[in-house]
Write a protein that binds this ligand. Structure first.
Ligand SMILES: Nc1ncnc2c1ncn2[C@@H]1O[C@H](COP(=O)(O)OP(=O)(O)OP(=O)(O)O)[C@@H](O)[C@H]1O
Length: 255
């Protein structure tokens, strides 16, 4: 579980995060949404321990990162997996070398143990025959699967994903969303995803927080977002005519 309490972050005069409080539960896909510039990336980087808050706290299963010793911080960071926007694979490494990289860097496991784990996670993300391929030789959807495999290879307690669907067609995007949700539930991970994708919000938004100008404007589930009267949320989520109609039909059906 991650507990965020009154989180503030500024860069010089620019006050970006303005007192965000929320809780992200284990085994759930937690989504962060909001307009461009609302502070989602700064928030995700704060969760990763890359920015020290000037006020407030983020606790990971009760531990406050900035109170830990550097060895404890290193241990905690190794419990965090990250899927970067655009996958961020190493072009000069094969798929299996990419996935093995964190274990090579941070563990003393034998080559055989690492290979077994790589085989396991690549199978888990449904990539069977891609071990020896290079990122440029596989599709965008497969690259995301490799990025997910790499993020979970160290068995993380926390998984952070920055726009995991960007650049994917809608069908592949849903497959990737479902894969992240399955893995989250299967391994009881606390997952936080930054997204612009409204399909993701509807499909896997077990908890959604909506940021606006650095504030948490709203939070709830994908079912609640259909019913909310919060104007900022509805203007953002239902900005297209199609989504407005879908929402109206949903509300009418329920009444
Ligand atoms: N390292 C930094 N130094 C100074 N300002 C920054 C830094 N990182 C982000 N900002 C500022 O913080 C604000 C929020 O940026 P952020 O990247 O978190 O937005 P976002 O919601 O993720 O947007 P997008 O959806 O476009 O990625 C922006 O005004 C940005 O310029």
């Amino acid at each position: 579980m991650i507990e965020v309490e009154n989180l503030h972050k500024s860069f010089g005069e620019a006050h970006i995060l303005k007192g965000i409080s929320t809780t992200f539960e284990q085994g759930k896909t937690n989504l962060v949404i909001g307009q461009s510039g609302s502070g989602k990336t700064v928030f995700l980087k704060s969760l990763l321990g890359l920015f020290e808050p000037e006020q407030g706290k983020i606790c990971y299963n009760g531990d406050y990162y900035w109170d830990l010793t550097s060895a404890e911080q290193r241990d905690l960071r190794q419990q965090m997996g990250m899927v970067f926007q655009g996958s961020a694979l190493f072009d000069s490494m094969t798929v299996q070398e990419n996935v093995m990289f964190p274990m090579d860097m941070f563990t003393k496991q034998s080559k055989g143990e690492m290979q077994d784990r790589v085989d396991f996670v690549l199978k888990r993300v449904n990539l069977i025959d891609a071990h020896e391929k290079y990122p440029a030789e596989i599709s965008g959807g497969m690259q995301k699967r490799v990025a997910i495999a790499r993020a979970i290879v160290m068995n993380p307690k926390y998984l952070f994903c920055d726009e995991p669907n960007s650049g994917l067609d809608p069908k592949t995007a849903i497959l990737i969303d479902n894969l992240i949700q399955e893995i989250t539930q299967e391994y009881n991970i606390t997952t936080v995803i930054n997204t612009h994708d409204m399909n993701s919000v509807m499909e896997i938004g077990e908890k959604i927080i909506f940021l606006k100008d650095g504030y948490k404007e709203w939070e709830g589930t994908n079912k609640e977002i259909f019913k909310t009267d919060n104007e900022a949320v509805t203007n953002f989520v239902y900005s297209s005519e199609l989504f407005k109609k879908v929402r109206q039909m949903y509300i009418e059906e329920r009444n």
